[in-house]
Design a protein around this ligand. Sequence first.
Ligand SMILES: NC(=O)c1ccc[n+]([C@@H]2O[C@H](COP(=O)([O-])OP(=O)(O)OC[C@H]3O[C@@H](n4cnc5c(N)ncnc54)[C@H](OP(=O)(O)O)[C@@H]3O)[C@@H](O)[C@H]2O)c1
Length: 277
Amino acid sequence: MHILFIGYGKTSQRVAQYLFQQNSNQQQYQITTISRSPKTDVYANHLIQDVHDLHLDSLAPVDLVYVALTPSESSVEAYRQIYVDSVEPIVHALRSHPVQRIMVLSSTRVYGENQGERVDDESPVQPVDEQGQILRDMELKWLAAYPKQAVIIRPSGIYGQSVARLVKMAQNTSSYPKIHYSNRIHIDDLARFLAYLSTLKDVDSSYIVTNNQPLALHEIILWFQQQLDLPQLRLNSQQISGKRLYATRMQQTGFQLQHPVCFNDYIIRLQSHGQNS
Ligand SMILES: NC(=O)c1ccc[n+]([C@@H]2O[C@H](COP(=O)([O-])OP(=O)(O)OC[C@H]3O[C@@H](n4cnc5c(N)ncnc54)[C@H](OP(=O)(O)O)[C@@H]3O)[C@@H](O)[C@H]2O)c1
């Protein structure tokens, strides 16, 4: 099976590693990657191309594709350029390839709920901001181009590399205005799930990817303040915002998280953070 990664950053690199580890006599993976800068993983063939000007005709037939691209900045223009404007050139470049499945990274930003509502894979998609709408436009373009093959992946709050931002928040937050729900998924669980999807015979057209433990942000900051012996914040109101996400379809696939509790990872990261600071 020939797998093409369009965008070979933090997530794709982990997926490729898991797929490579799955190589066996029954299943042999050939891996090709596309990015703007050179990559060195020995088990893949790395190409440097821009997604808006792709040339894939000389590649061996591609069976499976992962699209994991990130805009260079968070502006509306940059979002549209990388997510929406790239679809047509990619589809065109893949036209002669027998793609059986194409997994596209989107985001739970396409869900507009912001009053602590429960959101799962059956919830209607109603973006409320421009970036969310752009991601939804991208999803629809992929689903139109590959109605049977496209699988939209909506991760939320990818974590696992550094706790520096949360430590800073713990140091700088003396009060918090409201109860704001957010969601997390460890990057290794996300990558393992993406690799796992390649092994399933039948898949849904979209999956939320989260650890099913929505948390109020002030509680996370408080936890860090307790761990670091810092003064504890005061919650200023009982007003609720954010959303509480549940990855119902991911659970139905039988996939098991290895990082169901973010605090277990934060503790380990805090120890190395302390050593590095
Ligand atoms: N962070 C979160 O909490 C969160 C939440 C929801 C969804 N997401 C989504 O999850 C995905 C995360 O991906 P990631 O962490 O693996 O991103 P990443 O590490 O930033 O990698 C992005 C890849 O895209 C490539 N790329 C960007 N523009 C390109 C272009 N014009 N032509 C060719 N390649 C290009 C980059 O190339 P170079 O390697 O050469 O730079 C890089 O390989 C993104 O789609 C993000 O929007 C993130």
